[in-house]
Design a protein around this ligand. Structure first.
Ligand code: HPA
Ligand code: ZN
Length: 324
């Protein structure tokens, strides 16, 4: 089945570009920027990746990105991911970036987005992989900072397909960002947000995302299965769910494979993605293989997962149809 998965044209819809920063590149960028890392080797960095919930992961994730300082750093980061994705037969990716994780430490928005954008263009021309950017707000910062970030993105509106919401969910419900999301929609952005797995108030957050924010997609959203009304709302609206099996295994007690099986059986538009592959040790291929092993997925199941993914992309209909 590994070979079948490798040959399948794939799509990645839940991928934090800062979460693709591999230890090798971390060292290279630290040296380039004259930064002393508190680790002596790639192995030492990997050994420090110990987390068992979302906050413990986020701490290491934010520390790690301090080496990203210049436009070429962001270019190299995105290019390395796109090369890896293309090698796994990923044909299209929608890539999250966290501008506030950079502007909050003095790196301008313009530097971040220009580096990422240039990599996307080069990758499409040289590797044939297509990608678009989704700008995420950090939900543990104030809504006013998210609004300011939204406004600073407007000169680059054509380079960003939509907005998302990530970081620590505890105490930071979707409605905190209602005004930001309303403005984002007015500006023509598509809307998604994380409803992370097994959070405090998970089902209430999913309800808010659907009913009060009116999202076009949900990132994770696994806990929707606990409430038949949510399942029905997701089905009725045709909302996609970007689920990340290996990531689930790191930040909760399991990959949530059985939940993914149920979502498939319910006919929901569930997809398989990698989240933060440099930290969770698995890109899309490894996530699909892990899930296929856990559930004994058939070829039809795997094709369905990728059909779901291409179907829920934020591409124009005629472009989408060319992949399907
Ligand atoms: N959840 C929330 N915030 C994040 C994640 C995640 O999985 N990855 C990067 N930021
Ligand atoms: Zn995520």
């Amino acid at each position: 089945m590994t070979d079948f998965i490798a040959g399948l044209p794939k799509c990645e819809l839940h991928l934090h570009i800062e979460g693709t920063l591999e230890p090798e590149l971390k060292f290279e960028l630290a040296e380039r920027n004259g930064i002393e890392l508190p680790y002596a080797s790639v192995e030492e960095i990997r050994a420090a990746y110990s987390f068992d919930d979302l906050p413990s992961f986020l701490k290491i994730y934010y520390e790690g990105m301090d080496v990203l300082r210049t436009e070429p750093d962001f270019y190299d980061l995105a290019m390395a991911y796109l090369r890896k994705a293309a090698s796994q037969n990923v044909r299209y990716a929608e890539i999250f970036f966290d501008p506030q994780a950079h502007t909050s430490r003095g790196v301008p928005f313009d530097i971040v987005i220009r580096g990422l954008r240039r990599a996307l263009i080069d990758a499409e021309n040289r590797l044939g992989i297509k990608a678009q950017l989704i700008m995420c707000f950090l939900r543990d910062f104030q809504a006013e900072y998210a609004m300011a970030t939204l406004l600073s993105s407007l000169p680059y509106r054509e380079w960003i397909v939509g907005v998302g919401l990530d970081s620590d969910e505890k105490g930071n419900p979707p409605v905190k960002f209602k005004a930001v999301y309303e403005r984002a929609r007015q500006e023509g952005y598509l809307l998604t947000m994380h409803c992370d797995v097994d959070q405090e108030n998970s089902t209430e957050h999913i309800r808010q995302a659907i009913e009060e924010i009116g999202v076009d997609r949900i990132d994770h959203g696994v806990n929707s299965l606990e409430d038949p009304a949510l399942v029905e709302a997701i089905r009725a609206r045709g909302l996609g769910l970007t689920v990340c099996p290996i990531s689930n295994g790191y930040v909760t007690d399991s990959m949530k494979a059985d939940a993914i099986r149920r979502m498939l059986d319910l006919g929901l538009r569930v997809t398989v993605n990698s989240d933060d592959p440099a930290y969770f040790a698995g890109y899309v291929q490894e996530n699909l293989v892990a899930l296929a092993d856990a559930l004994s997925l058939s070829r039809e199941d795997l094709v369905q997962l990728e059909r779901n993914a291409f179907e829920i992309t934020w591409l124009p209909r005629h472009v989408k149809d060319a992949y399907l």
